[in-house]
Design a protein around this ligand. Structure first.
Ligand SMILES: [Zn+2]
Length: 155
């Protein structure tokens, strides 16, 4: 769980080079308390946004470009391990630097948390272990893939 005091703190969760590409979601009221993940889509489409935080870390935002829909065959999401058809799971890409992007096959709408919570509801178990694993996979992508310091240093 983490807290975002203002719109500015939400924007500052993103890397400086991504901030101009972020369109903040309408209708949020601050301070905002986030349980696990905050996700939303750009109103014009083509881009989705994720904000999460590791334990003792600062809120970390990633801006993803969507790359159209994949083929209509089932794919498994790399993060929540739920399976969706081509439109449900697709290759999203985030900027690594000015020239390169890094892709990951995940739920196109970043709805991983909701899917894991639904799954836990159906089986009558706690979603927490699955959500902690989800955050760890997001963290690995951000830290090892995008080289973002999750403690907030150098941001
Ligand atoms: Zn997923």
């Amino acid at each position: 769980m983490f807290r975002l005091a203002t719109e500015q703190s939400l924007l500052e969760a993103f890397r400086p080079k991504d901030r101009s590409r972020v369109e903040l979601p309408p209708g949020l009221s601050f301070p905002l308390v986030v349980h696990h993940t905050l996700t939303w889509a750009h109103p014009a489409g083509g881009r989705v946004f994720l904000v999460f935080a590791v334990p003792k870390g600062v809120p970390t935002g990633i801006a993803f470009d969507t790359n159209g829909t994949g083929p209509a065959v089932p794919h498994m999401c790399d993060w929540c391990h739920q399976t969706g058809l081509g439109t449900g799971v697709s290759l999203l890409s985030a900027r690594l630097d000015a020239k390169r992007t890094l892709g990951v096959h995940i739920c196109s709408d970043l709805g991983c948390q909701r899917k894991l919570e639904d799954e836990a509801d159906r089986s009558g178990t706690s979603p927490l272990p699955a959500l902690e694993a989800l955050i760890e996979r997001m963290a690995r992508f951000a830290r090892d893939g995008l080289k973002i310091d999750l403690t907030g240093a150098g941001r």
